[in-house]
Design a protein around this ligand. Structure first.
Ligand SMILES: Nc1ncnc2c1ncn2[C@@H]1O[C@H](COP(=O)(O)OP(=O)(O)OP(=O)(O)O)[C@@H](O)[C@H]1O
Ligand SMILES: [Mg+2]
Length: 311
């Protein structure tokens, strides 16, 4: 098992006129286990993953595997990696089994070993019966599963999955969670997602990114702890709900007709203070915590901007 270390990692895109700091001074370490990388669109997840797999060179900072910079390790490092890119390219006319054989050849896996592994992986991702079908006839979810299978072909010690659950239906999501949590036992699995519930039960560590920065990381329990006492449930008439929605971070909302047939709204609010006299404190879940840290980062940002202005 190996240890991956990111130190002061930065990536800036663009030229002198127009630059974008996609990843900023990011420091993190990875041992075996499942790491859930959460962040909204443009947070820098793909950029970070592309640097970890060595496709993209950091503008600054360093990535080491067992203390050695990955650039020095070259092919030895690549052999440790499995990667599912966000935009996963495949040959439409290939059958699943032909495609996996092709990737196995690119990874220089012996044909005999490849045959066995492919059969096993198709079983794992539940596609054995569809193995002979052309990929152009596959659904989005099936393609995602083939993407996961190709990333696992070389039995990688470091598995990087960029939005692996995009397009999966609820049943496939459950299957996916089971596959991933089993894989994390003896390797590093880093997966990015927008869907908090996909990592809620399987991630050993949660990493939250916003605007290129790692704003929070820790075990799910550590992530949830500061949010205890900050999540509220309240049921109010529709007009009151509008005001609450404008004033507070709302993690869930449900409209329904009350016993008196008047429109009621049930809100789940993340707030340090009690948002409404009828609000009741409830146990936080990861989704609430995610919202809490994102909102906190926005507040801190705007405070800094105000200070900048007054200086
Ligand atoms: N090749 C590029 N050139 C310039 N800017 C880029 C490039 N790739 C990404 N960016 C910018 O860098 C930032 C981070 O992008 P990135 O794709 O890493 O985010 P992400 O968290 O993966 O987003 P998503 O959830 O949408 O996949 C964004 O502002 C994006 O517009
Ligand atoms: Mg992305």
């Amino acid at each position: 098992m190996c240890r991956l270390e990111l130190t002061g990692l930065e990536k800036t895109y663009g030229n002198k006129k127009h630059t974008k700091r996609a990843v900023q001074s990011l420091t993190a370490g990875f041992d075996h286990g499942v790491y859930g990388l959460l962040g909204e669109n443009g947070a820098g997840k793909t950029t970070l993953m592309r640097m970890i797999v060595g496709i993209l060179k950091p503008t600054q900072g360093q990535i080491t595997c067992d203390g050695i910079p990955i650039g020095q390790l070259g092919g030895a490092y690549r052999n440790l990696l499995g990667y599912l890119p966000q935009e996963f390219g495949y040959y439409k006319e290939f059958s699943a089994v032909r495609f996996l054989n092709y990737i196995a050849a690119l990874k220089a896996i012996e044909p005999h070993t490849a045959k066995e592994r492919i059969a096993h992986l198709l079983e794992t991702v539940g596609l054995s019966e569809d193995a002979g079908r052309k990929l152009k006839t596959y659904s989005g979810g099936m393609l995602r599963r083939i993407g996961i299978a190709q990333a696992l072909l070389n039995d990688p010690e470091i598995l990087i999955l960029d939005e692996p659950t995009a397009g999966l239906d609820p049943r496939e999501r459950v299957r996916f969670r089971n596959i991933i949590s089993a894989l994390g036992k003896d390797r590093i699995v880093i997966l990015s997602t927008h869907i908090v519930s996909d990592v809620e039960y399987i991630a050993d560590q949660i990493m939250i990114m916003k605007q290129g920065q790692l704003i929070r990381s820790g075990t799910p329990a550590q992530i949830l702890e500061p949010v205890a006492g900050c999540v509220w449930n309240c049921i109010v008439p529709a007009q009151t709900a509008d005001g609450l929605e404008a004033a507070y971070a709302v993690s869930n909302l449900r409209n329904y007709n009350g016993d008196d047939h008047r429109e009621q709204v049930e809100l789940r609010i993340v707030s340090g203070e009690k948002p409404h006299p009828d609000a009741a404190a409830v146990e936080p879940v990861l989704e609430d915590a995610y919202l809490y840290y994102i909102e906190k980062a926005i507040e801190e940002d705007s405070n800094e901007t105000v200070q900048d202005r007054t200086i």
